[in-house]
Design a protein around this ligand. Structure first.
Ligand code: FAQ
Length: 326
């Protein structure tokens, strides 16, 4: 795919001298900053990826927010509350990074609410038990870190800097999830069963977070040439499996994949790919919770209209007062 794309671009001969100079900056490892010249495709790809990433953080608050009032202890409630608040902060850094590319936050929200922009497929699955809070922290934040650590080196300055802080916080999130899993897996047989059930339900959706297999990834070739993406979807998925399987073994839990096996020749685990039909179906809006998640975001936006209008009215009055005092 990558080779094909590079070849067809060269054949088109569409690259302008500005495009070539831009690519040379990327190849030298320079960061691109908001006021620098950039190809329209680079800007659009970044708005798409950063915007979808921001939406994922905000929609991602919902499945865990569902459990704040039902956390089993005060300490767990405080930790979960802090984590869910962190996700809101991640969304805000990312929306700000997207705004530096000339898109407004209102426009991004409008596209999320209309379904024109996506958010991560993982958040369209329900959180049925407390063990799911463990599985989300361990697997979902674990997958997010695997994808985001390389993005600290992405070519767009504001995105790469946002990633540095986000990754530090994600690492705490991953540990809090694993700590819940350790407690549950080491608890009563019923608790261990809940932990196993959460792993069973979240394993394949977590593998889907890395995106379609490389042969079906439409954006990887160009995004990697521009260093918007650093690794392919399959590379990161494999890395995630390799790091997560020993963690499951330590918990005494079984990864729900009968064909999972260490391949000494490759130096990696062989594993079963997720069901890609299910993945694309979730992307089309047909996952178990798509309607509920989007409905919750639209409702929050509409319920908050009076507050946004109040803020704008206050800002206008303050500006008029400043003008009158001049
Ligand atoms: N879900 O050509 P590719 C988190 C779409 S953060 C939905 O391979 P690309 C923190 C893709 O957009 C999780 N859609 O695309 C947290 C494209 O459609 P489009 C979010 C997906 O962009 C934890 C089409 O499929 N992280 O969880 C997915 O090169 C706990 C073709 O795919 C990021 O966004 C998917 N899983 O690679 C929060 C990281 N995968 O746009 C709360 C930044 C693919 O043409 C609680 N993003 N699609 O209509 C990336 O690294 C990339 O965008 C990928 C996809 C790797 C996600």
């Amino acid at each position: 795919m990558y080779a094909q794309m590079v070849k067809s671009e060269a054949a088109d001969g569409e690259q302008t001298p500005e495009d070539r100079a831009f690519q040379a900056r990327i190849d030298r490892g320079e960061k691109i900053e908001p006021k620098d010249w950039m190809p329209e495709g680079y800007r659009k790809t970044l708005i798409r990826q950063i915007g979808q990433h921001a939406h994922s953080e905000i929609v991602g608050q919902l499945p865990e927010g569902n459990w704040i009032t039902r956390a089993p202890t005060l300490e767990r409630k405080q930790i979960l509350l802090a984590k869910v608040q962190d996700e809101a902060g991640h969304g805000l850094y990312l929306y700000s990074a997207a705004e530096t590319l000339g898109v407004s936050r209102d426009e991004l929200f409008e596209k999320l609410h209309s379904g024109a922009m996506k958010y991560s497929s993982i958040f369209n699955y329900p959180t049925l038990t407390w063990a799911d809070m463990g599985a989300i922290g361990w697997l979902v934040d674990g997958a997010a870190i695997m994808n985001q650590v390389p993005l600290q080196r992405t070519s767009y300055g504001p995105y790469s800097r946002a990633m540095i802080r986000i990754c530090k916080e994600e690492s705490f999130h991953q540990r809090q999830g694993y700590s819940i899993m350790m407690k549950m897996a080491g608890g009563t047989p019923e608790q261990k069963e809940m932990a196993q059930d959460a792993l069973n339900r979240f394993w394949y959706p977590s593998l889907m977070m890395f995106g379609p297999s490389d042969k079906d990834s439409v954006h990887s070739a160009q995004s990697m040439a521009w260093k918007i993406k650093i690794n392919t979807n399959d590379e990161l998925r494999q890395k995630f499996v390799d790091e997560t399987v020993p963690q499951a073994e330590y918990l005494g839990l079984t990864v729900p994949d009968p064909d999972l096996a260490w391949n000494a020749g490759r130096g990696h685990y062989d594993f079963t790919e997720p069901d890609w039909t299910e993945f694309f179906d979730v992307l089309k809006g047909n996952g178990p919770c798509n309607e509920e998640r989007l409905g919750a975001r639209v409702k929050a936006w509409e319920d908050g209209a009076w507050f946004r209008e109040g803020l704008s009215a206050h800002a206008e009055k303050a500006a008029a007062r400043r003008l009158a005092a001049e």
